[in-house]
Design a protein around this ligand. Sequence first.
Ligand code: NAD
Length: 415
Amino acid sequence: MNEVERIGVVGAGTMGAGIAQIAALGGYETRLHDPIPAALEKGVQRLREALAKGATKGLWAEEDADAASDRVGAARSLRDLGECDLVIEAAPEDLGLKRELFTSLAETCTEETILASNTSSLPVSAIAAETPRPERVVGMHFFNPPALMKLVEVVATADSSEAALTATTEVGVRMGRTPIRAKDSPGFIANRLARPFTLESLRMLAEGVAEAATIDRVCRLGGGFRMGPFELIDLIGLDVNLSVARSFYAQGGEPERWRPSPIQEQMVEEGKLGRKSGEGFYAYGDGPHREEDPDLRFDTPTLAAEDLVQIDPAGPMILPRLIAQIANETAFALEEGVGSPEDMDTAMRLGFNWPMGPFEMTILMGRPGVIRHLEELRRDRGETYRPAPELAAAIERRMAKAEEMKRRAAERGRR
Ligand SMILES: NC(=O)c1ccc[n+]([C@@H]2O[C@H](COP(=O)([O-])OP(=O)(O)OC[C@H]3O[C@@H](n4cnc5c(N)ncnc54)[C@H](O)[C@@H]3O)[C@@H](O)[C@H]2O)c1
């Protein structure tokens, strides 16, 4: 496979314009396409403005912004992408539309062209199904906004060739991103491991463990998360978060632990959609939507009961339960071969700005703590908390590796 020199981006919206921007900054000749002329014009304009603004902020040099701007061209039709070595599709999230696009791209591009989809939730193999060469189809999942978020998931279907995956990974690096490898499976790595953060919090709310604002505060202050789960759902939109939950539940074969929350369904029915409708778990008026956090300082995330109780009497019941369920989802994903433990930690730090990756959190909690928590939850609440068969072994392996790395670092320090 030849080296990638020219990149085409299909769809000039939020994601496409940002992806084209980092492709051009990475030194690639970049062609941006959108079938709607006004959207194409707006996308190119937004991209050029973002390049200039980044230069004034010192993110890159002015000459680099100018050179990147010169490397970008507007493609009026898919045929104008014929010479591209890699085409990244960022069109609306609709399987029929993406399939048609991939069929047309396979006709207009060369046999060598790698076709990548930025889909968040559709199986890449389903998008590739009608293309004549599924081995050159991969997922290339960026995060919003692409120019700021460092993560890109390179998604491998059962048919994707190693050559296509390696070339895509190299492009990710040259675009200034951190690529990780994910198996084509529901939500890939990052969106899947983020599931328990909101779902388990909704269950705790339903059970009356604590109010939404308390759960959020414990996650911010104790867990070091920038935003609590309910603030996050309000920001994303309850309807959007619910449709993601439904898609996971259906794609995963309706496992109990992915069952969507009845509270969320009810709130969506009532039109409480979060920030965009003015009300969700919080009311968004003129003033701040929540009280100031108390001035409690923990240097790193903490799961110690004596720390968490200072935040709220319910604190020790909230964060350990959340982390145990995140650890469990991570172990299920590991067993299914969705990605490597290192990539899972990277995914959550870079894709969701988590203070620690799921394995790092698991190590913080310790193997006995995670297992005890899940077993107690399973005994009281059933199958939702069934520990992944490989959970204990996965934690052991990861802890042994962390110890080994610590030992090597200490040895290097002594030398
Ligand atoms: N927005 C996010 O946070 C985010 C994050 C990661 C991945 N994604 C994925 O990226 C893709 C694009 O999302 P977005 O948020 O940029 O959407 P968007 O609505 O902002 O942009 C989509 C663009 O595609 C164009 N378009 C419509 N029909 C088309 C066609 N037939 N061929 C080519 N282009 C067409 C539209 O004119 C529009 O400019 C989706 O698959 C989405 O799931 C989105």
